[in-house]
Structures are given as structure tokens and as C-alpha cells.
Design a protein around this ligand. Structure first.
Ligand code: NDP
Length: 453
């Protein structure tokens, strides 16, 4: 093995968190290298947020075409076709463009990109292939990877990784799981014309979201023609000619062309050699870090999906800002995990920030609940039977808005602004004194006057 140049920081993983940490640290004068074995930009850019959102846009075109008629457009149904390979090719071109931007961003910041799989030899040495690199600090930013339960026929199942590169769409698909990825992909498949069945093991999907939001989303998703089945899971899958036979826990079976498992993600730490060095892992395999992202080995830190905090790109970006300042800056600033807004890009979308009604009650707040349900104006002329739900969770004593939740078009866009208000500690009275933007759905958040509970 040849000994190579020294760095101040070697980051393992060029995903959202790793790239941000590299750029910020390099800008502060550190000599930085990033080791990446797959693709620049990580899950978010390559097999996550970005291509998913592009597919969601593609799937929504179906609704837009149907709605056009109410606005006077004549679109002969027989002339409307959808070509999956075109969508995938265009998506791939966009991802390649983004990969290039990430590469140039790192190079322009003076960061060395090392292609290959890293292992940590000792607290200051990283090996990649037959090279070793000495460094003052090491950050593990390797992210997460889909988990498929150990069932007979597991090899027949696809994860979200493969869904982005399917050569063709099946006539029918089964989606297994009830979290973000399951509901988002069920919406994409159904929107693109695939008959879709979603199987979830519990009573109601989207565990952890506000109960009203979960029930309302169920109702709206059913209207889209998705076959939602709860309290059922997959026992086994068997190939059957070009199809699959899916055997369910209730004794029934389904014939389908595709089975997607969206059953969670695990921390990606394989082959890094962390435990041998004394870096502690949790029971679920996440890297244990303190509030400053330091592991049990002082020179090794970790951030992003691999540490088990909310698996969201903006969380990893914020962690990277804090860690870069700790390693090479003034050391100021802590990560604040309160009121993290999030959106689920199912159809219609969910947007949420702050406490759910259930969390607020469990925390001992006495509450006022405001709730508004209506048909968005856009669907009046088109006649679409899609409704929107907005909900505010307010502390009765302090009048503080503890949570804002929504199901409806552009919920993610609307929730971002609400997150600023909630983060700033806005009261319901301040929401009420805010002038609405008319006519929008969003104005409903500042015009809900009567509590429903
Ligand atoms: P989630 O943890 O959100 O959901 C996993 C789902 O699979 C749950 O419904 C879970 O059920 C179910 N499940 C887990 N194990 C089994 C099993 N053995 N058998 C049957 N069902 C099982 O994971 P996802 O993979 O959907 O997403 C991972 C994370 O990625 C999300 O939590 C989110 O942080 C992030 N993400 C964010 C997006 C966004 O911001 N829009 C989009 C996509 C992902 P149960 O609820 O009963 O445990």
C-alpha cells in the first residue's frame, strides 16, 4: 500500500450531507476529500427526492388532462398516450446534469473526490482500494439503504432503487409498506395508469402523522382508484410465468406484474470497520453520536441518515453546517430538531409541521383544534371529487400554534411558510391578524375562526 497525501477531513459518502460538509469545510480552509463508491448526490439526487418528484409531476399530468375539459379544452382520449421510457430517459438526463453540478461544485471548492469504497483503518487512516489516506478527522455520511423483509421469494421484490430504472411499467403492481415511500410510489404508479394495490400491516398507514391527516389521506387515495388494504402483509412471493403470485397473511393471494417493498431503510455501515474501532452502533444499526455528531472515537463523526435522525435531506444539510463550524469554524451553533416541516408527495400531497394533535395531548397541552375541509377552487369547474384538509393545533393557554397539517394540492409549498411562523412561536391571534392571499387554499390557514374541539 502506498501512503498518500494528508487531509484535514475525509468524508465517506457524497450525498446531501457529505457534499455540504465538504464544501463548507473547504471554504473554511480545510483540506478535504470525499470518498464515494456510487454516485455524486447520494440517495436524494439519484434514487430519492429528486427523481421521485419528477415522477410525481409526470403522474399528475393525468389529472391535469382530465381537468382540462371543464376549462373548455377538448383532448380526445384516444390520442392521449403515455410513454414510460421517455419519462425515465428524461429523468436520467436531468440526474446526470445534477451529478455534473455536484462534481463541479466540489472541484470548485477545492475538494478532492476519491472514487471507490472506503474502510477506516484507524482513527486517522482511510483506505480506498490499494491506497491509504491520512487525515485529522473522518466523517461517516454513508446514508441508508432499503430493507426488504426476509420472506420466501424476497429476490422477486424491487426496492425504490430499482423502481427508478424499470424498463417498462406493469399492468398491475403491489406496493408493500405504509410509509412515505409506499404512498408516494402508489400515487406515481396509479397516476401513470398502473392498477395499484398497497398493502400495510397496521390499521392505518402513515404511522406518526396526525390521525385526521391519515384518515383523510386514506379517503382521498381510495378515490384515485388505489386498492388500499390494511391489517395484511406479505407471507411469500412466487414467480409465475412473467408474473408474481403474492401470498398474503389473510390467506388470499394476488397476481401481479411487480412487487415493490417500501418497508423502511437501514443505516449503510457495511465494511467501514466502525465497530472494530470502537464506534458504537444502536440496536437498529445507526451510528451513535453526541449532540456534536462525534462518535465514541474522537476523530470520527457521522451525520445524515446513518445516525438515525429524521431521514430528510434538509436535516442532513443543517447537520453539515453545524459540524463544519464545529470542526473548522467558530464552533457556534447547535442542531435544532424542533418543528421540522415535511411533505409526503402522495396525491394529493401532505404537508406537516410541528406537533400532531395526539403528540400535543400526550405532552399535556390543553388544545384548541381548528379544521377546515373544502374542495379546492381549481376543481370546481373540472368537477374533480378531490378535497383539501387543513388543521391547526393550538395551545389553549398560550395561544401558540403547535402544529399545522394539510392534505391537498401544493401542501409542501404551503407548509414551508407556516414552518417559519411556528418556529418563530406564532400565536393563533397572529395567524388571525395575518392578511390572506385571495383566492388561494393557503389563506384558509389564516381564516379558521371557530375551533372544532
Ligand atoms: P418508513 O419507515 O417511513 O416506512 C416503512 C413502512 O414499512 C412502514 O409503514 C412500516 O410499518 C412498514 N414495514 C417495516 N417493516 C416491515 C415488515 N417487516 N413487514 C411489513 N411492513 C413493514 O420508511 P420508507 O422506506 O417509506 O422511508 C424511509 C424514510 O425516508 C422516511 O421515514 C423519510 O424520513 C424518508 N423519506 C422522505 C420523503 C419525503 O420527504 N417526501 C420521501 C421518501 C422517504 P409500521 O408503520 O407498522 O412500522
Amino acid at each position: 500500500m502506498s501512503e498518500n497525501q494528508d487531509f484535514d477531513l475525509i468524508i465517506i459518502g457524497a450525498g446531501s450531507g457529505g457534499v455540504r460538509l465538504a464544501r463548507m469545510s473547504a471554504q473554511m480552509g480545510a483540506r478535504v476529500a470525499v470518498v464515494e463508491s456510487r454516485y455524486l448526490g447520494g440517495t436524494c439526487v439519484n434514487v430519492g427526492c429528486v427523481p421521485k418528484k419528477l415522477f410525481v409531476y409526470g403522474a399528475h399530468v393525468r389529472d391535469d388532462l382530465e381537468d382540462a375539459e371543464g376549462y373548455g379544452w377538448r383532448i380526445p382520449n384516444e390520442d392521449v398516450t403515455f410513454d414510460w421510457p421517455t419519462l425515465v430517459a428524461n429523468k436520467n438526463a436531468e440526474i446526470e446534469r445534477l451529478n455534473g453540478i455536484y462534481g463541479r461544485m466540489l472541484e470548485n471548492a477545492g475538494v478532492t473526490i476519491i472514487e471507490g469504497t472506503a474502510s477506516i483503518r484507524d482513527p486517522h487512516t482511510v483506505a480506498v482500494g490499494d491506497q491509504t489516506y491520512r487525515t485529522k478527522h473522518i466523517t461517516v455520511a454513508t446514508g441508508s439503504w432499503p430493507v426488504i423483509p426476509e420472506i420466501p421469494g424476497k429476490e422477486c421484490l424491487l426496492s425504490s432503487n430499482e423502481m427508478f430504472y424499470l424498463p417498462q411499467l406493469p399492468r398491475h403492481a403491489v406496493v408493500w409498506g405504509g410509509g412515505y415511500i409506499a404512498v408516494e410510489f402508489a400515487g406515481i404508479l396509479a397516476g401513470l395508469g398502473v392498477e395499484t394495490t398497497l398493502l400495510y400491516r397496521g390499521d392505518l398507514f402513515l404511522r406518526g402523522f396526525d390521525e385526521d391527516i391519515r384518515r383523510f389521506t386514506e379517503q382521498e387515495i381510495r378515490k384515485k382508484g388505489i386498492d388500499l388494504r390494511f391489517n395484511v402483509t406479505i407471507d411469500s412471493v412466487e414467480p409465475d410465468n412473467a408474473h408474481y403470485r403474492v401470498n398474503l397473511s389473510d390467506g388470499s393471494c394476488l397476481e401481479t406484474g411487480l412487487v415493490m417493498a417500501a418497508t423502511g431503510r437501514r443505516a449503510l455501515v457495511d465494511g467501514l470497520g466502525l465497530e472494530e474501532l470502537g464506534v458504537e452502533l444502536t440496536g437498529s444499526g445507526h451510528v451513535v453520536v453526541d449532540d456534536h455528531f462525534q462518535t465514541a472515537v474522537p476523530s470520527i463523526s457521522a451525520l445524515g441518515d446513518v445516525i438515525g435522525t429524521p431521514q430528510l435531506t434538509p436535516v442532513a444539510l443543517a447537520q453539515a453546517m453545524v459540524l463544519s463550524r464545529r470542526l473548522f469554524g467558530d464552533g457556534q451553533g447547535d442542531m435544532d430538531y424542533s418543528a421540522i416541516p415535511t411533505a409526503v408527495f402522495c396525491q394529493p400531497n401532505i404537508g406537516t409541521v410541528g406537533l400532531t394533535e395526539q403528540e400535543a395531548r400526550e405532552a399535556g397541552h390543553s388544545l384548541r383544534i381548528y379544521r377546515s375541509e373544502f374542495r379546492p377552487m381549481k376543481y370546481t369547474l373540472s368537477g374533480r371529487d378531490e378535497r383539501c384538509l387543513m388543521k391547526l393545533v393550538v395551545d389553549d393557554q398560550t395561544d401558540k400554534v403547535l402544529g399545522a397539517h394539510m392534505v391537498g394540492p401544493d401542501a409542501g409549498e404551503i407548509t414551508q411558510g407556516l414552518a417559519v411562523a411556528i418556529k418563530a412561536g406564532a400565536t393563533k391571534a397572529q395567524f388571525d391578524s395575518t392578511i390572506g392571499i385571495h383566492p388561494t387554499s393557503a389563506e384558509e390557514f389564516v381564516t379558521m375562526r371557530q375551533p372544532v374541539a
